[in-house]
Design a protein around this ligand. Structure first.
Ligand code: NAD
Length: 296
């Protein structure tokens, strides 16, 4: 297929590479010239705007940081809505507010276009292996059109109508954010009480405390590797989306609110662009118990 891909960051790059490898023709756009040069070398066509990206393709995929970026790329000047041919399907795979998704889908329809949401889970490793978990909000017809793309990138669950993919994703992020805070508390407590963090990891990985964060992130923490992965800034953003939705729906989320403040503390320490597992450094600073390798 002829595809447009916008947003070649930590996730977008491996996803776009897999789409190329599968034999699709790609036109790409990003504000990073380095990312564009990398994809030109791989055989992709480089566009100069989102509108140009969308102008000669059957389907457009966006993988951008947050709601304002998606709004700008789709509905802003030289945006996708301006350039896309009538009937084009847009798959937004970024994690953004479900309300913004619904607003963008309405605007797309007014422009004769179709938009669905398909945020992902599984991190950079999942993106590289083509093993993302994809949460889809779409009509059955639009889903059918998007399926060949999802089959390359991972496995999908059809959650419901447009916006519901984002709703599932924010629930996912509540669990991930709280898990990382729980891990940070448990490991600083264990270290302060005199247990080797590596031994504690072996114990907690073998019983009821098992989780994705325990399996994937803790070994990276123990190695002192805080390169993203998934940035603290993005985790903080996702918990903000959940808190806003909770407000709108009158659902109290006290632990999410607390955990978001811990991630805010990490941002205040200058860790915003580090991996979300770097939240442990907030606890290390408070307690003086160093869990990660580089510090004693
Ligand atoms: P990233 O910051 O690494 O990449 C975002 C890319 O978008 C960058 O290359 C940036 O230059 C580009 N961009 C920003 N504004 C733009 C604009 N106006 N026009 C064109 N390009 C623009 O972020 P990421 O880690 O790849 O995450 C992307 C999305 O996926 C986010 O919503 C994130 O929450 C979600 N997500 C990330 C992970 C992960 O592990 N990193 C996992 C699941 C979901």
């Amino acid at each position: 297929m002829k595809l447009g891909f916008i947003g070649l960051g930590n996730m977008g790059k491996p996803m776009a590479r897999n789409l190329l490898k599968a034999g699709n023709e790609l036109t790409v756009f990003d504000i990073s010239v380095e990312a564009l040069a990398e994809f030109k070398a791989l055989g992709a066509t480089v566009a100069t705007s989102p509108a140009e990206t969308a102008s000669n393709v059957e389907l457009v995929i966006t993988m951008l940081p947050d709601s304002p970026h998606v709004e700008e790329v789709l509905a802003g000047p030289k945006g996708v809505f301006e350039g896309a041919r009538k009937g084009t399907l847009i798959i937004d795979m970024s994690s953004i507010s479900p309300l913004v998704t619904k607003k963008m889908a309405k605007m797309a329809a007014l422009n004769g276009l179709k938009l669905i949401d398909a945020p992902v889970t599984g991190g950079v490793a999942g993106a590289e292996k083509g093993q993302l978990g994809i949460m889809v909000g779409a009509s059955p017809e639009d889903l059918e059109e998007a399926k060949p793309i999802f089959d390359i990138l991972g496995k999908f669950v059809h959650v419901g109508d447009v916006g519901t993919g984002q709703t599932a994703k924010m629930c996912n992020q509540v669990v991930v954010g709280l898990s990382l805070c729980a891990i940070a508390e448990a490991f600083t407590l264990g270290k302060k009480a005199g247990i080797d963090p590596t031994v504690l990891h072996r114990v907690l990985s073998s019983g009821s405390a098992r989780s994705w964060a325990m399996e994937v992130r803790v070994p990276q923490v123990l190695e002192g590797n805080f390169e993203p992965g998934f940035m603290i800034n993005l985790q903080h953003k996702d918990m903000g989306i959940a808190l806003d939705s909770g407000k709108g729906l009158n659902v109290p989320l006290p632990l999410t609110a607390l955990a978001q403040q811990v991630f805010e503390s990490a941002r205040a320490m200058g860790l915003g662009t580090k991996d979300h597992s770097a939240v442990i450094q907030v606890y290390e600073m408070i307690t003086g118990a160093k869990v990660h390798k580089d510090s004693k």
